[in-house]
Design a protein around this ligand. Structure first.
Ligand SMILES: [Zn+2]
Length: 372
């Protein structure tokens, strides 16, 4: 099968994160078994009662995988008006379809690369790792990392990077903050306490934190510091009622080297300071997501290999990836794959044919370099 035929097959299997990925996993499992790989499923029932599966297919002994090629099987949803979303369509050297870019192109390239290598020559274990639920928070990879089914030395995480090796990424954290007040008729403000005024004071301080964070720089990123965003705010019930509650979301994207709870601690400290000024001040901080940043050293053999093979120097990514999960399994991890992240997650996402073919060659060379 050609890489394009494989990609067409993968795109035809609907694997939007909201549904089970069992069909695409069964397909990948059969392809890997045919090559003589040992396969292991890690199945899980999600919050909606739907089965989600991670699959590890490997040669040799699974204890320490020399090279893991990691691809997520799920995709973002597609617009019903995109009638060809599940039919790979070629136009002007580009292949269109949901997941064609993110990240089925990488998976197709990895399978094709494997099929072009004499696996009998592999001296060190190679694994293909297919994950679930990447698009809704890298959940499958996190579960796999918690299960610790193997240790890995090197991992290539498939994501559209236009074949540029990405050796570092910012973390992602999210908190929901609820500030309480006391309702009263707005004609008598002295009888109440406005949750909105209180939230405004806290947000003013958060803006100050964002300003201070600019001094802690990591120059390989754009922008080169941890960023904060208050993305959504809601509060109050009517124009003539002193607001009893105000809620807002706070997200922050942490540079490598800074702990992901650094911002949280600064916000908690600001809330404490406000409490000193206003003993009634109450706020609840529900920090429910901490995705770590990552950085693989520039002189890692995997970084150097991918820079040589692609002819591109390594860079950094601003979006969340499964790299931290693979790093927690011991791997030096690099994010790499065909297609451009800027066309991912939109109707008409595509992967250029030449990048898809080049990726097959680079992954084949990677397998030969690290595993033979
Ligand atoms: Zn992706």
């Amino acid at each position: 099968m050609t890489v394009q035929q494989t990609l067409a097959k993968l795109v035809a299997i609907d694997s939007v994160s909201s549904q089970s990925n069992s069909e695409i996993i069964s397909y990948l499992e059969a392809r890997c078994e045919k090559l003589g790989f040992a396969v292991k499923r890690f199945s899980h029932i999600d919050e909606s009662g739907i089965e989600k599966i991670n699959l590890v297919a490997h040669t040799g002994d699974v204890d320490v995988i020399e090279l893991a090629l990691v691809g997520h099987t799920d995709t973002v949803p597609y617009d019903q008006n995109w009638t060809d979303a599940l039919t790979l369509t070629e136009k002007n050297g580009q292949l269109f379809g949901r997941g064609a870019c993110d990240t089925k192109a990488f998976i197709a390239a990895a399978l094709t690369a494997l099929e072009s290598v004499d696996l009998g020559r592999l001296k060190k274990p190679l694994a293909l790792v297919f994950t679930s639920d990447e698009e809704i928070g890298c959940l499958g990879a996190k579960r796999l990392a918690d299960a610790r089914p193997f240790a890995a030395r090197y991992a290539i995480i498939g994501e559209p990077t236009s074949l540029q090796p990405m050796r570092a990424g910012k973390g992602y954290s999210l908190a929901e903050i609820t500030v309480s007040g006391r309702e009263a008729h707005s004609a008598y403000p002295q009888l109440g306490a406005s949750a909105i005024f209180r939230a405004a004071r806290l947000i003013k301080r958060i803006e100050g934190i964002a300003e201070d964070l600019k001094h802690d720089r990591h120059d390989h990123f754009d922008p080169p510091y941890t960023t904060l965003n208050v993305g959504v705010i809601t509060g109050g019930t009517a124009k003539n009622i002193i607001a009893g509650e105000c809620r807002f979301t706070l997200e922050w994207r942490t540079i490598p080297g800074q702990s992901s709870d650094h911002v949280l601690n600064l916000v908690k400290q600001s809330a404490e300071e406000l409490k000193k000024e206003d003993s009634d001040f109450v706020c609840e901080i529900d920090a429910n997501r901490f995705d770590e940043s990552f950085e693989t050293r520039a002189d890692s053999p995997l970084v150097e290999f991918l820079e040589d093979a692609s002819g591109k120097s390594s860079g950094t990514v601003a979006f969340g990836t499964e790299a931290p999960s693979m790093i927690s399994l011991g791997a030096e991890a690099v994010v790499f794959g065909p297609g451009d992240i800027r066309v991912a997650h939109r109707s008409g996402e595509f992967v250029p044919v030449d990048q898809l073919n080049e990726c097959v060659q680079i992954l084949r060379q990677a397998i030969e370099k690290f595993c033979t």
